[in-house]
Design a protein around this ligand. Structure first.
Ligand code: LLP
Length: 416
């Protein structure tokens, strides 16, 4: 169920009027629903219950401490992709033994930090990375638990920038080389081979690529399970798609479960998953205020106070985000919704039929809870938006709006 509904013609986040929130907190404003986060987490956990998966929330999708904490309280772990994300997860209270660390370019400092924290395992993306983790672990007198990320060469049918499990992508170890990588790992003193990892891309709208990939990695998992006592985990990654428009059906967790459970049952390994967007995507909206309506001979532009620095997905991936008025209207118009940034790529919608709005009105950009604020920048020296979390009728500012002082902090002018 959507956490964002109209009541008396005004958009609400759970029980709170979005109009009131925008007036109190200003715009652009990210609003998150706590109950939606929890419902999505529970729906996935329930569908996958037969294998009782460890759910490592992919905090790259939304790394606000309050969001991570909400999910950690439900039992979620964290999938992190940098030392900074590991720090965030720990700050938010995620126990280290529920954290897995992915990424093709882990530095020695990041590896040391993760070893000190004693995380559950590293998902390792190359042979040189295996050697680096082994070396650091030996030097520290610790053991690095590793799951090799295998690239199964399956097409996830998603945008080329977010497809990760095809042979030409930089991620993981090619399936044909995986055995060699495991042999290398088993020869290292500082390592313990904990499992196998895969992540195909995102968003994935069908369970088929997951089932295909599992078929491909199954023989390797079976032989490792037989031969390596410590090999116990199979982490199937994230990428589960959500609905970005009323005519798009989300990936149903029950269909997903039906497609993957048979293979997972057969393997009998401990299952891990790394959902991000599935949990956070429709838990968030970005609220913006119309600054000007501009009619030129070719097009009508609604110029709002949110921009590509707040939400990069439309220009970067041609991603579709529904845009609705905060006060419902009947009339519509065709046009573009654009921000104030000095680029023609600064748009949130192009050539779209939208509800009519006037200068000063509020609009909500939907499905902005995943890869929204986390991909925000300070381009054009624009402060990043505030983030609020709503729970029933309760509201908390979970991140303050950045000020102009914040934006110049840390900069120096050389005396010369
Ligand atoms: N695990 C790994 C190893 C990943 O690389 C990712 C996403 C996830 C899990 C979580 O994927 P999710 O369940 O959230 O789809 N910025 C892009 C998405 C990039 C995803 C990168 N990796 C977007 O806005 O669509």
């Amino acid at each position: 169920m959507s956490a964002f509904t109209y009541r008396g013609g005004v958009l609400h986040a759970e029980d709170v009027s979005v109009e009131t929130l925008a007036e109190e907190q200003g715009t652009p404003l990210y609003i998150y629903s706590r109950s939606h986060l929890i419902e999505q987490y529970k729906a996935l956990a329930a569908a996958m219950k037969p294998v009782k998966p460890s759910i490592y929330f992919a905090i790259k999708s939304n790394s606000n401490l309050a969001v991570i904490r909400t999910l950690a309280d439900q039992g979620a772990g964290a999938d992190v992709v940098s030392g900074g994300e590991l720090y965030r997860a720990r700050q938010a209270g995620v126990p280290a033994d529920r954290i897995v660390f992915a990424g093709v370019g882990k530095t020695a400092e990041e590896i040391d930090y993760a070893l000190r924290e004693d995380i559950k395992f590293f998902t390792v993306e190359s042979e040189p990375e295996l050697e680096r983790i082994a070396g650091r672990a030996k030097a520290m007198g610790r053991i690095g638990r590793v799951a090799i990320r295998v690239n199964p060469d399956v097409d996830p049918h998603t945008h080329k920038y977010t497809s990760t499990g095809k042979a030409e992508n930089k991620f993981g170890v090619d399936l044909t080389r995986a055995e060699r990588a495991y042999e290398l790992a088993l020869r290292q003193d500082g390592l313990e081979v904990a499992g196998l990892h895969m992540h195909l891309g995102s968003p994935i709208m069908s369970p088929t690529p997951y089932a295909e990939a599992l078929e491909k990695v199954k023989p390797l998992c079976e032989s490792l399970k037989r031969e390596v006592e410590t090999f116990r985990h199979l982490d199937i990654g994230g990428g589960l798609g959500i609905s970005y428009s009323p005519d798009q059906a989300p990936l149903n967790p029950r269909d997903f479960a039906a497609a993957v459970l048979p293979a997972l049952h057969d393997l009998g390994l401990k299952v891990g998953m790394e959902p991000g967007r599935f949990i956070t995507g429709n838990a968030g909206i970005l609220v913006t205020r119309v600054q000007y309506i501009k009619d030129n001979p070719f097009k009508k532009f609604v110029i709002v106070d949110a921009a590509m620095n707040d939400l990069l997905r439309p220009p970067l991936y041609d991603a579709h985000h529904e845009i609705v008025p905060v006060r419902q209207t009947e009339e519509t118009f065709f046009g573009d919704v654009v921000g104030p940034i000095c680029e023609s790529g600064d748009f949130m919608a192009q050539g779209r039929e939208l509800s009519a709005v006037d200068q000063g009105d509020l609009m909500a950009i939907l499905s902005a809870g995943a890869y929204g604020f986390v991909m925000a920048s300070n381009y054009n020296t624009r402060g990043r938006a505030a983030e609020v979390m709503v729970s029933g009728d309760r509201v908390e500012v979970v991140r303050e709006r950045e000020t102009w002082e914040d934006l110049v902090r840390g900069e120096r002018m050389p005396e010369w």
